[in-house]
Write a protein that binds this ligand. Structure first.
Ligand code: ATP
Ligand code: MG
Length: 302
């Protein structure tokens, strides 16, 4: 019989809105695992959705792997692979230069892997919705593992409207209550890349109407020390209009990432055309004077 008694809790790794994440030893194998402990009082649909999404994503080198799910009367335990080098925020804060930023070479290696992981999510029609430094983990060789699918959703042909996620990383369409899809994750990755290279957020921590206006006008500081390629990629990821924002295949082909090709996938992924097609058809319909109706098909998980 397997169960939570087979794990020895060692220390707390982090805590968040969902509950606590602890480091534990699997006493059968002596392997370390990370266990997310969620109180059963928490919304059951949300807990199950997080687990189902991890199952859909399966084994990918840049996605944290689900090992086991354990349900007891009071808790759900999500047992996952342990990322030894913690999250990207702690990693940035530990940088020896004291400036909480990475060299472009280091950032390229990390960022390529984030995009490969994200491509796997989007290829499986999963939008993450909470990409931020704390949710990107580093394994034993500083290999990237995207984690925390607590806010993720699977999209088929609909778009979302709920304003969720973390303010400094949230795309303008999410902040302003518009319909959005996969492109919102690209914006958040743009903020992550900016943070990796500049040790700051492009629009600060507190986002209000003034910051939304700056997002629309593309007003933020791109430090002098950044190379042309890095600035260009950041600008293309932080495009206000979702339709104009760079796509994953374009990011992977961008000259700045091609400087360090070792982590790039051998074949380029196909673009996520579904969301674009929906947007394009909406635009055409609007141009022709039709009203676009959205059927709020929020829930695909039954
Ligand atoms: P929040 O709502 O604040 O985003 P959460 O409750 O959904 O958090 P997670 O983001 O999954 O929880 O985990 C919280 C923190 O625990 C992470 O930021 C990270 O520091 C640590 N952590 C989570 N999973 C792992 C793991 N598999 N290996 C190592 N550390 C982990
Ligand atoms: Mg988190």
């Amino acid at each position: 019989m397997n169960g939570i008694v087979n794990y020895r809790f060692l220390k707390t790794l982090g805590s968040g809105s969902f509950g606590e994440v602890v480091l534990a030893e699997d006493m059968m194998t002596s392997n370390n695992v990370a266990i997310k402990i969620i109180d059963s009082q928490h919304n059951e649909i949300e807990i199950n959705r997080e687990i189902q999404i991890m199952k859909v994503l399966g084994m990918h080198p840049n996605i944290i792997r689900l090992e086991e799910e354990i349900h007891t009367k009071n808790h759900t335990y999500i047992v996952m692979e342990y990322a030894e080098n913690g999250d990207l925020l702690s990693y940035l804060l530990k940088q020896k230069n004291g400036r909480c930023q990475l060299s472009e070479g280091k950032a390229q290696k990390i960022f390529q892997q984030i995009i490969c992981g994200l491509n796997h999510c989007h290829g499986n029609m999963i939008v993450h919705r909470d990409l931020k430094l704390e949710n990107v983990l580093l394994g034993s060789r500083c290999d990237v593992k995207i984690a925390d699918f607590g806010l993720s959703k699977m999209l088929k042909y609909h778009r979302l409207r709920e304003s969720v996620g973390s303010l400094p990383y949230a795309a303008p369409e999410v902040l302003s209550g518009k319909f959005y899809a996969f492109e919102a994750d690209i914006w958040s990755c743009g903020v992550i890349l900016y943070a990796l290279l500049c040790g700051d957020f492009p629009f600060g921590q507190d986002i209000g109407p003034d910051e939304l206006m700056k997002m629309e006008a593309g007003i933020y500081n791109l430090p002098e020390h950044l190379s042309f390629g890095a600035k260009d990629l950041i600008r293309k990821m932080l495009r206000f209009d979702q339709v104009d924002r760079i796509t994953i295949p374009e990011i992977l082909q961008h000259s700045w990432l091609q400087l360090q090709p070792q982590y790039l996938p051998p074949t380029l992924p196909t673009p996520i055309s579904l969301a674009h097609r929906i947007q394009q058809s909406d635009q055409i319909a609007t141009k022709m004077g039709f009203k676009v109706l959205h059927l709020g098909m929020e829930e695909l998980w039954c």
